[in-house]
Design a binder for this molecule. Structure first.
Ligand code: NAG
Ligand code: NAG
Length: 330
């Protein structure tokens, strides 16, 4: 009798826990409009989602206690397995550009730069975009920086065409990866169309570039930035820059705060730095947590409406390894 009762209560408990998650799962599926091809597929995704649920819940409990600097969320990536998240890569690890095409290193260190910069206040940052299921982060990072610098140069803000880079840039590999420094090189030679004239399609097609319909961006110089001090100087002085970042599950499920979670062994994603600052724990104190403000290309559901903060001056996830920017002729 005693044993039966115990057995019974275990069944009731586990059933109610699973029911609770059933509801969460259905709400999440609805929110992100997830449809699965078969019930096997759904079961597989549900299992991956539960692993993430567990991870996110535990992480956020620690964050609530002040033991983590950032929170996580069950966002649109939350039904991916950690293997899938950790193997996402939109760089080409076998084609790191410094090996065959060293870009000029331009040192822009300035003795005195502002303590904080946020180019989102300039109205020269286009809305956050979504690369979707295509390894085209390199195209979005390049285009985002060009849009901003062109606008900061006194021109209108345009959405420029990532698809043109995906289809036409001969050095990079469309949805299979690439590097902003190569893309800048291509655009310098060819020019770039607006995205309304060459729309994003989430896959690679043949090149439909029409130079008569392109914006001429007169790039006078492009450069890699060797360390975070130079990166900050460049951001403060000239505007947004592109960087590489070693992304795994922690960053994909990032929600808000200053990211200092786990990284992939090498940069595998390209993002844009649009500013930096320092979070002071106590008013008036000089020390605090230095962070970068970044713009991602994973839609507005990710992070803080598509933007995020990353720990600065710790070379977080290799953020200084592929930092690059350019200068446009006035
Ligand atoms: C850029 O595209 C977004 C949609 O992604 C649109 O809301 C916005 O108005 C466009 N901006 C410009 C300057 O065309
Ligand atoms: C780029 O340079 C060319 C020739 O030097 C000039 O005609 C053109 O107006 C420039 N375009 C921009 C956007 O500055």
């Amino acid at each position: 009798m005693h044993l039966n009762l115990l057995f019974f209560s275990i069944i009731v408990m586990s059933a109610s826990a699973s029911n609770l998650l059933d509801e969460e799962w259905n709400t999440w599926k609805e929110k992100y409009e997830k449809k699965y091809a078969s019930s096997e597929d759904e079961l597989f995704r549900r299992k991956a989602w539960e692993v993430n649920w567990d991870k996110v819940t535990k992480h956020n409990q620690l964050a609530d206690q002040g033991l983590k600097k950032y929170t996580m969320a069950m966002n649109h990536f939350a039904d991916m397995t950690s293997e899938e998240m950790n193997s996402r890569n939109c760089f080409l690890p076998t084609h790191y550009p410094s090996k065959h095409k060293p870009a000029p290193r331009y040192n822009v260190k300035h003795a005195k730069i502002s303590k904080g910069v946020d180019w989102r206040d300039s109205n020269c940052i286009s809305p956050v975009k979504n690369q979707g299921y295509c390894g085209s982060c390199w195209a979005f990072a390049t285009v985002g920086v060009l849009e901003a610098l062109h606008c900061l140069n006194g021109n209108e803000l345009h959405n420029l065409s990532e698809q043109q880079l995906v289809d036409c840039d001969p050095i990079d590999h469309g949805c299979c990866g690439g590097f902003p420094i190569n893309a800048i090189d291509y655009i310098t030679q060819e020019g770039i169309m607006k995205s309304e004239d060459y729309e994003y399609e989430e896959k690679q097609f043949y090149c439909r570039y029409d130079s008569s319909n392109a914006i001429q961006l007169n790039v006078s110089k492009y450069y890699v930035l060797p360390n975070e001090e130079n990166m900050a100087s460049s951001v403060a002085k000239d505007g947004p820059i592109t960087v590489g970042f070693g992304v795994n599950r922690d960053f994909m499920l990032y929600s808000k705060g200053i990211f200092d979670g786990e990284c992939a062994p090498r940069p595998n994603h390209a993002i844009i730095i649009v500013g930096y600052g320092t979070l002071h724990c106590e008013e008036g104190k000089d020390d605090g947590e230095d962070y970068w403000i970044i713009k991602n290309s994973w839609g507005t559901e990710w992070g803080e409406d598509g933007f995020g903060k990353i720990m600065r001056n710790k070379d977080m996830c290799g953020i200084s390894e592929f930092a690059a920017s350019l200068e446009l002729k006035p």
